[in-house]
Design a protein around this ligand. Structure first.
Ligand SMILES: [Zn+2]
Length: 252
């Protein structure tokens, strides 16, 4: 306990300290509120995939081998397959570099061998890219280890990295993200000559919840992405990062 002097004049010497304590108390309270809000926000956004995001991004899967920086292979992959996979990863990255310019993201990549392994990281047989405040983490399933799927997933990671997680969350619709990914994914259903949709069907994807099991949604996104100026994509993503609206930047 501190001695309290009787003289009011002397007491005044303590006022700045008292105010400082009061203000500090308010500041701590506000900080706590901000932290609670922030954490709730992140958990809410992560939703059901939160566990997978954390497992993918923060945990080194046990037994998995880091073949190259940030690239982890299932222990069940043999060396022949791993050489082929590394080659496919490099070719997929080159495809993005040649289409839009050099990539700057460096996502963590987990390559699985069985469907069960893929599912344990929140993926299907093909692949998924977990995008969150923690960064980008790609999981490749047993059917997704070809150049097309790898380029597709890397493209998601690159866009997220360039736009920033918050602007991505608030300003980038899923159909746009998938449309950009299909520009480097040359699987047959995504080639323009194989797409037969009405103008209405194409435009309606903008107003629907994107269905990842509906091929027509990907095809509509692919057609909409045809209007994107590839040589200016990164420049325009930077504008989104600066807070500009996607409709004005990409004239959609
Ligand atoms: Zn995708």
């Amino acid at each position: 306990m501190v001695f309290a002097p009787a003289s009011p004049i002397l007491t005044n010497y303590h006022l700045p300290i008292i105010w400082a304590l009061v203000l500090q108390g308010r500041f701590v309270h506000k900080l706590k509120l901000a932290l609670i809000t922030g954490v709730s926000f992140i958990i809410l956004m992560g939703g059901i995939s939160q566990r997978h995001i954390i497992e993918c991004q923060l945990i080194t899967p046990s037994g998995y081998l880091e073949i190259e920086s940030n690239i982890f292979f299932s222990p069940s992959i043999n060396s022949l397959k791993s050489d082929e996979l590394l080659s496919n990863i490099n070719l997929a990255k080159s495809r993005i570099n040649n289409t839009f310019g050099n990539m700057t993201s460096s996502p963590k990549v987990i390559i699985t061998v069985t469907e069960n392994e893929a599912v344990s990281f929140g993926s299907n047989l093909y692949g998924v890219t977990h995008l969150s405040v923690l960064g980008q983490c790609i999981v490749l399933g047993p059917e997704g280890q070809n150049i097309d799927v790898i380029a597709h997933e890397y493209m998601h990671a690159e866009v997220h990295h360039r736009v920033g997680w918050l602007n991505y969350l608030l300003n980038v619709p899923t159909w746009f993200m998938e449309g950009l990914a299909t520009l480097v994914d040359f699987r047959k259903p995504y080639l323009l000559e194989n797409i037969d949709l009405t103008k209405n069907e194409v435009n309606s994807v903008k107003n629907q919840t994107f269905n990842h099991t509906e091929i027509k949604h990907y095809q509509a996104a692919r057609i909409l992405a045809s209007d994107v100026n590839k040589s200016k994509l990164y420049e325009n993503l930077e504008k989104l990062k600066q807070g500009q609206n996607i409709n004005s930047v990409f004239a959609m």
